[in-house]
Write a protein that binds this ligand. Structure first.
Ligand code: B12
Ligand code: SF4
Length: 171
């Protein structure tokens, strides 16, 4: 099985020269990298597609991540692209927007919306090798929050506050 992990083409504000490259270099699609490790463990081959790129190999499964709810349009664009290109592939959307607004996300035309964390992937080291020249790693020190501020989604996205257990990876 071949799995394409897709980070949509986010609408980065152009505040400075090379802002988009700066963001791409520093904010890794960490959820997708964890899913990459999970699917490899299950015997699949995986590839990461960031922005407008296309897959190198025909996927059987396309996993699209999402972030801010106001960045829903790039997610819908990715769904449309992959549903059009690969008629046989299953297209699943997960991540922050998908978890906060699953009904809206389903209207993108995807086959499935995944709400919340992927517990099996949480314990795995993200597949950093999917990012070329990755010079650092991201540490998830904790999940959730003990408070419930009305304007915040963290306690809904991650209802069980816990420490993730720090792992140090040296490059
Ligand atoms: C990192 C982060 C940021 C970074 C984002 C950098 C970037 N470009 O990636 C920074 C610090 C810049 C940031 C800024 C802001 N942020 Co912020 N941020 C977060 C935070 C802490 C994590 C989001 C993240 O990257 N998660 C990584 C995800 C995608 O991966 P993961 O969760 O590990 O993935 C798991 C699951 O989601 C799932 N999964 C993920 N993808 C997929 C795909 C498939 C197919 C499947 C099956 C599963 C799956 O499996 C994974 C393993 O378990 C969240 C809070 C939270 N705890 O989620 C707030 C959050 C997203 N931020 C929020 C906000 C409001 C903001 C700001 C607007 C704040 C402000 N007023 O300035 C700004 C906006 C910046 C901008 N440019 O527009 C809100 C968004 C609410 C909303 N309506 O969208 C959140 C939810 C926090 C909150 N207060 O509620 N933020
Ligand atoms: S704003 Fe969100 S993360 Fe911060 S204390 Fe309130 S509930 Fe917790």
């Amino acid at each position: 099985m071949h799995v394409s992990l897709v980070e949509p083409n986010w609408n980065y504000e152009v505040r400075a020269k090379n802002w988009e490259n700066y963001m791409k270099e520093r904010y890794l699609p960490i959820g997708l990298l964890k899913l990459g490790s999970l699917y490899r463990k299950m015997g699949a081959t995986v590839e990461l597609v960031r922005g407008d790129g296309l897959t190198l190999k025909k996927p059987d499964l396309v996993l699209i991540t999402s972030l801010f709810t106001y960045w829903w349009q790039p997610v819908w664009d990715s769904v449309r692209t992959y549903k059009t290109l690969y008629l046989d592939a299953k297209v699943v959307v997960g991540g922050v927007y998908a978890s906060i607004m699953p009904e809206h996300c389903k209207k993108s035309g995807c086959d499935e919306v995944h709400v919340g964390l992927m517990e099996e992937a949480e314990v795995l080291i993200p597949a950093y090798d999917l990012i070329q020249d990755c010079k650092f790693c991201v540490i998830h020190a904790s999940r959730g929050c003990i408070r419930k501020c009305s304007f915040c989604h963290v306690h809904k996205l991650e209802p069980k506050p816990n420490n993730c257990g720090l792992s140090l990876i040296l490059f």
